[in-house]
Ligand binder design. Sequence first.
Ligand code: ZN
Length: 308
Amino acid sequence: MGIHHITAFVSDVQENVDFYTGVLGLRLVKKTINYDVPDVYHLYFGNEKGSPGTVMTFFPQEDAQWGTIGGGQVGVTVFAVPPRSLLYWRDRLSKYGIQTMENTRFGEEYIRFTDNSGLLIDLVERIEGRPSGWTDGGVPIPYAIKGFGGAMLFSASANKTQSVLEDVLGLTPFGEEEGLRRFKASGDVGNWIDISTSNIPRGEMGAGTVHHIAWRAKDEQEQQQWREVIELYGMHPTNVIDRQYFKAVYFREPGGILFEIATDAPGFDVDEPEALLGTSLKLPEEFEPQREQIEKQLKPFEVRSIEN
Ligand code: ZN
C-alpha cells in the first residue's frame, strides 16, 4: 500500500523534537529506545495516532558520526500537505529561518528544505490522504501535514531497485521525466515513489541520513507472503522481528537501500492510550528491569513551543 514508516539517524534530540513537532507540527506518538542500542532514543512522529504512512522515526545521537546522503538510501522524504497550503508552509519555514527551494516534478510543485541534521525534506500538496487530527507548534489544522507524500530513492543500482519496486513490491510504474522514474502504490498516503534512473554513488550511513524505509503489510499473513516473494527473488529477508508496535522483516535490495516490511497492527496505542501517546518513556517488557539505568543514559527533552 506504500510507505509504513521511514527511519533516520539524527544528531541532537531536542533539536529533532523541536523541528518535527515545533516546526512541522507532527505529533510525538512514541518515545522509546533503539531496541538494538538501548542507550539511544527511538522517537516516532506522525499524525494523531501514528497511522501507517504518516510516521517518521529517529535515532538521535549527539555524538554520532555524520553520514553523507547518497546511493543506497532514501534521498528525500516527502510529506503531503493539504491543497492550497504550500504558501503557508513557505512563509512558516522562512519565519523559522529555514531556507526553501522550489522544484517541480511530474507536474507537482515541491518545496525542499533540510532539517537540523541535514535530512532532505520535500512538501507537496495532495488532495488524497486523510487530514491529520493533530498539530503541534501552532500549525492550523487545515495546513497540517497529512503524512508521507512519498519518497525519492537514491539507488546505487537503479535498474535493479526499480525491478524490486515493480516486480517484488508490486508498485505501478507511472512515468518518467528528467532522470526520474515514478511509481505508485495503492494506498492514499506514502504512495508516490520516485527513483533516479541513473546510479548514484554510495552514501555513508550516519547522522543526517535515512537508515531504512518500511513498506506496509496488511497483517502478519501478508507479511509472510512478502517474505516468501522476497526470498524467491533471491534476496535475504530477516526473520520476523517484534517491534512492539508492528512486526518487521528487513532486507537489503540490490541498489543498497535497506527495506522493511512492517505490519499495520497493532499500532502505537498498544501500550498507552491515544490521548497520552508519546508522553512517557515506553520500554518493551525485557528492558523494564533496567529502566532506571536506561533513563539515566538518555538526555531529557521536552515537546515545547518554539514560536518566534
Ligand atoms: Zn523500521
